[in-house]
Design a protein around this ligand. Sequence first.
Ligand SMILES: Cc1cc2nc3c(=O)[nH]c(=O)nc-3n(C[C@H](O)[C@H](O)[C@H](O)COP(=O)(O)OP(=O)(O)OC[C@H]3O[C@@H](n4cnc5c(N)ncnc54)[C@H](O)[C@@H]3O)c2cc1C
Length: 460
Amino acid sequence: MSDILKSLIEIVGEKGVSNAPEELWFYSRDPGVLTPHLPDYVVAPKTTEEVQKIVQLACREKIPVVPMGNGMSLTGLVIPLKGGIVLDMKRMNKILEVNAMARYAVVEGGTSQGVLKAYLQKNHPTLRHSLPDAPPTTTIAANVALHGQGRLTNQYGFNSDMVTGLEVVLPTGDVCRIGSPSIGPYWFSKSPTLPDLSGLFLGWLGTTGIITKVGMKLFPNKKIREVELFVTDRVDLVPVILYKLTHLEMLEDVNVWFQPKPLMFLGNFHITLYFTGDTEEEIEFKRKMIWDTLQEFMDSKDGGFMSVQYMKEALLQMPGRNIADFADVPKGGGFEYSGPITIIEHFPQYAAKVVELARKYDVLYASSARLISGGHCMMFSISFAFNRNDPAMMIRVKHALDEATAFALEMGGIPWKPNYMEQKMVMEKMEPNALKLLQMIKKNLDPCGIMNPGNWEVNS
Ligand SMILES: Cc1cc2nc3c(=O)[nH]c(=O)nc-3n(C[C@H](O)[C@H](O)[C@H](O)COP(=O)(O)OP(=O)(O)OC[C@H]3O[C@@H](n4cnc5c(N)ncnc54)[C@H](O)[C@@H]3O)c2cc1C
């Protein structure tokens, strides 16, 4: 047994560490199209102190450490590109506190979305958090580490905007608290009049530290959730429709989706509008506002509301299952998406690009854009499904996704949860002094270069 393995067992116990080939195989890949790479060890800590000791050992021995939640980001972000330790955070899954009056929850760094959702439903049914449509096993800390978005993103912004405090193990092994918990016992804000240090960790994809605790804002869970579906075949009108809808300031989530299958959807742009209320009167008032706002498009016969009767249950599901079902359309269960963040005016150009790429690479597409912060921007997902048993199809999907990223950058968009190659493309385009700042931060926080190396690698 190697000295490293012995030391890891001393830290987390025998059940918390493995270098068995079948485990390493499993942790060498994610469900996307990037090439797998084996780690040397998989380690599953249970406490912040254990994370600290693992990082101290890794720092001493210059071993890469890749923090992992559920490994479902799809863009290879937890593939250990340079081997080393995959740090599986899932055993750190406790809900530490819910402050109902101040509307926040504090959870451990491996707590899943599903665990928090179930806990709130049982113990605080009037509260909810911004649940992404990712599988419920995905983790809250990972989601904010990649600037995820959820069901309340149109109202309140990126899920990372909803962070109220962090506990982080730095790449040197020091533990650090960020925001109000660095001053007192309350986790109510990540930057209450202080310089906002959370930016050193949010969006960094685990390359600057390991989040061991995260505080998240909670929001009112209204008694009734409703959905309306507006359909237009005029792609050029989508931005203005979205602009008018967001002017209402009453929609929790807005998604625009289009796909070629089943055929009834082809050529149409479907705008799904979610809104909530505590009474039927509130709901009907909001419904009327939505209908009135879109009346002009109905009068000009450019669009209309579609009955959601048969789809309502599926549309109201949280997390939604549509995109996961899409993975099975070509059989073989694979899908990956590029999701650039862009301004809503560019919707028509992105929509045309998805169709062009699908034709060029002969792959099946689906697309869904999610509005962020009342329309300040949107995440435009360019999704391609593939058969895992068809390597040629996977290569075509990879090329299509690479081209989608290049297009997004040309259009002034920003790739979301970028893979390591997309990160390089972003850094090549970045204004030199901004890049220097990025470099300075990374170098200072991670002097040994052990944190998720290959990602946001600006030291070289
Ligand atoms: C069907 C489907 C639907 C999806 N819908 C959405 C959606 O609606 N919204 C959305 O945002 N995403 C969505 N996703 C993408 C993704 O699944 C989510 O973003 C999810 O939150 C990722 O969580 P994870 O635990 O799987 O992250 P992982 O893939 O395990 O990790 C993601 C990144 O975070 C880092 N990381 C993990 N844990 C920590 C930690 N404790 N400290 C520091 N860094 C850490 C990792 O190193 C990696 O860089 C979807 C994915 C699928 C498959």
